[in-house]
Design a protein around this ligand. Structure first.
Ligand code: CO8
Length: 260
């Protein structure tokens, strides 16, 4: 499918999905959200793709939020629909079998930070700036940010960031546990691709089931989470990848996983 606002490049199992509206700092219109939903669906079912990296076009921004010009004219009903539409995109990334890495190359504000938080983990450029300025616009985060941030770093730090609308540096986001690592701007994409390639080289079913166990287990009590983990673990013993992975270890050779 052709996209007006996205670029997708796939090489060696790693798809790079770039939000490409640099003239508006890659802000998320309703159209961009539709395209993101379609692109994620395509990537999920593309056998050539094992890992996805999400980033923003240009030097300045990852994504500077939902498009304020479009939102400014919305009714209450339209605002609700827009929030739910964005949440569908975040949920699609969480539910995907394939890992999704955010490479935050610049401003990740509002809906942009929510897009990054919807990914499985975040790498950031040293020049990235992150925050939830929604309260300065008289609104609040609506693409899952209150839920994902509070679950990630706990309610107290999430409260401070969201209530103040302050924009923080990549280093502070690292110290707060929002991003996993900070890299020099020119290194960010290489580092994200290096990690993506490492993930693309292991058993993709093990990765998919681990992602499922972590994401769904967080919504369960611990005993149910343990039970869920054990059942997924058991299913992996019915796969060719388990036989190949363990067989290769015993035979002292590199495993050739097929993802089945
Ligand atoms: N929406 C629309 N256009 C934007 C946005 C945005 N979020 N961010 C930047 N732009 C546009 C600017 O209007 C400008 O366009 P133009 O040249 O046509 O005037 C262009 O991008 C370049 O931006 P600036 O000239 O402002 O660049 P600066 O370097 O001076 O400033 C900033 C960069 C600080 C990032 C600044 O652009 C800014 O503050 N942007 C807005 C950031 C923001 O508030 N984001 C949060 C938006 S609210 C949100 O995301 C809610 C999500 C949940 C929605 C729930 C459903 C209702």
């Amino acid at each position: 499918m052709e996209f007006k606002n996205l670029l997708i490049e796939t090489a060696a199992g790693v798809a790079t999905l770039t939000v490409n509206r640099p003239q508006a700092l890659n802000s998320l219109t309703s159209e961009v959200l539709t395209e993101l939903g379609c692109a994620l669906y395509e990537l999920e079912y593309d056998p050539a793709v094992k890992v996805v990296i999400v980033t923003g076009a240009g030097e300045k921004a990852f994504v500077a939020g939902a498009d304020i010009k479009e939102m400014s004219a919305m009714s209450s009903y339209e605002g609700h629909r827009f929030a739910v539409k964005g949440q569908h995109v975040m949920m699609a990334m969480e539910k995907m079998k394939k890992p999704v890495i955010a490479a935050v190359n610049g401003f990740a504000l509002g809906g942009g930070l929510e897009l990054a938080l919807g990914c499985d983990f975040i790498y950031a450029s040293a020049k990235a700036k992150l925050g939830f300025p929604e309260v300065t616009l008289g609104i609040m985060p609506g693409f899952g940010g209150t839920q994902n941030l509070a679950r990630l770093i706990g309610p107290n730090k999430a409260n401070e960031l969201i209530f103040t609308g302050r924009i923080i540096t990549a280093d502070k986001a690292l110290a707060w546990g929002i991003v996993n690592e900070v890299f020099a701007p020119e290194e960010l994409m290489d580092k994200a691709k290096e990690t993506a390639a490492a993930i693309a080289g292991v058993g993709s079913l093990g990765v998919a089931y681990a992602k499922d166990a972590i994401a769904n287990g967080l919504n369960m009590g611990k005993e149910d989470g343990f039970r869920y983990e054990a059942s997924l673990f058991g299913v992996l013993f019915a796969t060719d990848d388990q036989k190949e992975g363990m067989g290769a270890f015993v035979e002292k050779r590199k495993a050739a996983f097929k993802g089945k």
